[in-house]
Design a protein around this ligand. Sequence first.
Ligand SMILES: *[C@@H]1O[C@H](CO)[C@@H](O)[C@H](O)[C@H]1NC(C)=O
Ligand SMILES: *[C@@H]1O[C@H](CO)[C@@H](O)[C@H](O)[C@H]1NC(C)=O
Ligand SMILES: *[C@@H]1O[C@H](CO)[C@@H](O)[C@H](O)[C@H]1NC(C)=O
Ligand SMILES: *[C@@H]1O[C@H](CO)[C@@H](O)[C@H](O)[C@H]1NC(C)=O
Ligand SMILES: *[C@@H]1O[C@H](CO)[C@@H](O)[C@H](O)[C@H]1NC(C)=O
Ligand SMILES: *[C@@H]1O[C@H](CO)[C@@H](O)[C@H](O)[C@H]1NC(C)=O
Length: 617
Amino acid sequence: MLVSLISSIQITALCPHLNQIKNTFCTVNQTKNHQKIQTPLPVSVKSNKTHFPKSFVRFDTSRAHVSGVNASTEKISRLMNLKEIHFPSHLCKMDSLLASSLLLLISLLSSASFITSDNYISAIGDPAMMNPNIRIAFEAWNFCNEVGEEAPGMGSPRGADCANIYCPLSTDSLGGHLHDNGSKCKVHHMVKESDNMLGAGDKFPVADFTSYTDPDLYAVEKELYLASLCEVNDSADQWHFWMIMLKNGNFDTRTALCPENGNRVSPIITDRKFPCFGEGCMNQPLVYHNRSRAVSSGDQIVSLTGGFYGTYDLDADLSKGVGSNSYFSASWQKNSSTGSWVISHRLTTSSKYPWLMLYLRSDATKGFNGGYHYSGRGIMRKLPESPNFKVKLTLDVKRGGGRNSQFYLLDIGSCWKNNGNPCDGDVLTDVTRYSEMIINPETTSWCRSNNLVSCPPYHINRSGKKIHRNDTSWFPYSAYHLYCSPGNAKYLEEPFDICDPYSNPQAQELVQILPHSEWAVHGYPARKGDGWVGDSRNWELDVGALSSRLYFYQRYDPGTKPAKRVWSSINVGTEIYVSPTGETAEWTVSDFDVLVPEDVTRDGGCYSGSFPKIFTL
Ligand SMILES: *[C@@H]1O[C@H](CO)[C@@H](O)[C@H](O)[C@H]1NC(C)=O
Ligand SMILES: *[C@@H]1O[C@H](CO)[C@@H](O)[C@H](O)[C@H]1NC(C)=O
Ligand SMILES: *[C@@H]1O[C@H](CO)[C@@H](O)[C@H](O)[C@H]1NC(C)=O
Ligand SMILES: *[C@@H]1O[C@H](CO)[C@@H](O)[C@H](O)[C@H]1NC(C)=O
Ligand SMILES: *[C@@H]1O[C@H](CO)[C@@H](O)[C@H](O)[C@H]1NC(C)=O
Ligand SMILES: *[C@@H]1O[C@H](CO)[C@@H](O)[C@H](O)[C@H]1NC(C)=O
């Protein structure tokens, strides 16, 4: 054991079961001015052969200077039987906040390769879902991603479940996870049920938030408030929560609730058909909450579990079962063998609510998330930019949700203007951009050689060649479900189809793709049915490379540059499009991670501390 030198800061890292899993959090106990602080330390292990001594590993960090670090590094390496431990090559001049802190980058390397490229690191606050603490929020949207009217007695449709689990550490816990029968573990909740019940006009418990009476504005403020409770400060960039998003596809054109491409219009005159059973069809759901609690599995591994669930049918009594009502649920539990969260989803449509969406979102921790025109909160500390980023996840689709279930093995969302500039909240010129890979094998290609209106003007093939959609011998029509253009684009190539102008607060552009060999080179499914029901898979998707090949509309005026494709939202889930009978989809997501190149997190040659392999004390 490496005994620390005289120090005011001591770290002990307890690394559970590193020989069983590939990527985990070690719990770091930190004593600072006699106060005990627990921080999860993300560690990636590249071999299952790595063995750790059966005792705490203690490193001295009081000498956070290059020479001190080098000395410790060597000893720690020997002690931990590791090939290498990396510390930042040069510790930057830190600002006053960080001056007494230390940045540690530990990369436990061994023979086998784990991440395809050594130089990618996680961009999210909960890398690969390994954090023992839960940070998850819930949001419900009406047809144009707003609230409209709150459901009776439900408050504003934003909620969160953020809890830390503390278990006493003892030496016998070294072999496994947090280890007792739960009796000694404590769960500390950051969000009260009274916070989750806050509704338009209610005063927030702290003064920094405005209690708008407009339900749309209140929801934005409530999300910021909940995020302030859930905030994790384990690096220079705070993060907040995973987001469960639920959306009702009903649209009552007689109300003035949704703008047209961002313009307020009333009444709405359109040939488009939208489902609506009559007055109140755009309602928000009843939402119930199973607060996270500690549970122990058979082998006495203690972890948190909880969930959100509910229905759009305001007269439903779910205590009597779901019946023929609409239903949604998202619940979380730990996979006791891998340590990852397993988020289980269910979505059921009904005759009154035939079009529903339920996604797990990895949203930006600040700024405009895909589909919003205001600042939201999320889990992505570093925004991925095409062409260099990857997404890893395990997706297990248990029920597909019928033939109209547009199941997205990622829906990526961003926003930029038609001149390539980033969005600034001006709904008349901002354009939401989405690209979605639909894996339901029943989804057909609307883009065909005899229906060019649903194809993007061109495709960029694997060899980087631009192929016009009228090039019937080369254009891969079956790689596309549909493409539609933003409603505020002025120079579109004929023929074109405008995307639904109402279902976003501003104009939108959609590129919906299907499994195809053209995309399989980036790790995406090659054939219809890949990754579908009964074919659970662990995907490693080169989303950056794929998204850089997609066509998005831009007007190149003199001096304009191609838009930076920076993605503020990465989602997985399904959109059960208008279905005549109630349909149900069920799926789980685990091991989710967003990986970005290590050097994008360097700031002027310095580590900015904005990524999870580095933690600050
Ligand atoms: C947990 O263990 C303690 C003693 O170690 C025992 O008293 C308690 O009943 C146990 N609880 C459960 C839920 O097994
Ligand atoms: C996180 O850090 C920020 C900036 O240092 C601070 O304003 C905020 O209160 C901290 N939040 C928590 C939950 O500690
Ligand atoms: C909520 O808790 C109840 C009772 O434990 C359980 O039956 C139900 O499956 C849970 N639902 C979710 C979505 O967590
Ligand atoms: C837990 O992970 C293992 C290994 O990946 C997998 O086989 C198992 O199905 C997972 N369990 C759950 C509940 O997802
Ligand atoms: C890309 O398209 C060109 C024709 O423009 C063709 O020669 C080439 O073989 C295509 N590459 C692939 C991988 O299909
Ligand atoms: C295909 O479209 C391009 C661009 O609009 C046009 O220049 C070309 O003439 C078209 N080719 C055919 C065969 O229609």
